[in-house]
Ligand binder design. Sequence first.
Ligand SMILES: N[C@@H](CCC[C@H](N)C(=O)O)C(=O)O
Length: 314
Amino acid sequence: MTTEPDAPTSLSGLRFTTGHGTENDFVLLTDPDGRLALDDAAVRLLCDRRAGVGADGVIRAVRSDALPEGAAALAEDPGATWFMDYRNADGSAAQMCGNGVRVLVAHLLRERLVDPAELADGRALAVGTRSGVKRVTAAEDDEGRPGWFAVDMGPWTVPGGDAAVAEGFDVTVGVRGLDGVPRPGLSLDLGNPHVVVALTGREELEAADLLAAPVVEPAPADGANVELVVPLDAPAPGVGALLMRVSERGVGETRSCGTGACAAALAVRLWAGADSPDVWRVAVPGGRLRVRALEGGRVELAGPAVLVADGVLA
Ligand SMILES: N[C@@H](CCC[C@H](N)C(=O)O)C(=O)O
């Protein structure tokens, strides 16, 4: 690595892996003992697509007992021995990443840091995150082929409460490239903050210019990931479908967002009313995810996880 004035030189020699979930891509670092000093500048450099490795975010795999934040995960489930320290491309820490947790599990399996038996025969691997312990199981894709992972993402909420559910929205969202009229948006909390906006069709979805982050009013205190959605005809009885583009907090437009896909499906399901399906296929620019509303106000996300390359920082 060349030494730029503000570049972290301490990362020289660092081993990394790259991977993606529906093309939401990550640099994965294995740091079992939590020794790595991963400051914001280091994350920004790793994620830089020209000066660094290039990714939407960094995932540091740390043993939960080596991280102060891991204590809560171990208290919730002593089996959550690994913790996902997730950082957005701008260096900010995020509570959760739905695509990332699948890719992290694929990485831990390949590195033999977890036993495949922990995901066999319907068993779930517990992973600590800043928004609680997530349980990951082996899953099939929509055509019944093995190779996906399903994640119990835990509870979700509508921060605006019953009033927002009844209205169908609680904020407005200005999206560049549309007609200049702010659209209604519904805030959902998936452990991290989301705002979902329904557009009129594919034309509007393609016209939206996400090079500029959508403007949410009133502005959420901690920012928000914004999903633009277009509901589609049902592909099968009891199954819903939608198209989604996303502007991620701390990144910009990405080709997929797992927590965003959950938020999008749950919002469309709320808008559609009581008889709407529990299972949703969410098509994103980078592929397809499956979202299932679970009993007790929980939600499951299923999708692929791909490991791409291993490298060493120069
Ligand atoms: N892409 C992720 C979400 C990553 C965090 C997000 N940008 C935030 O700041 O909340 C996903 O797949 O869920």
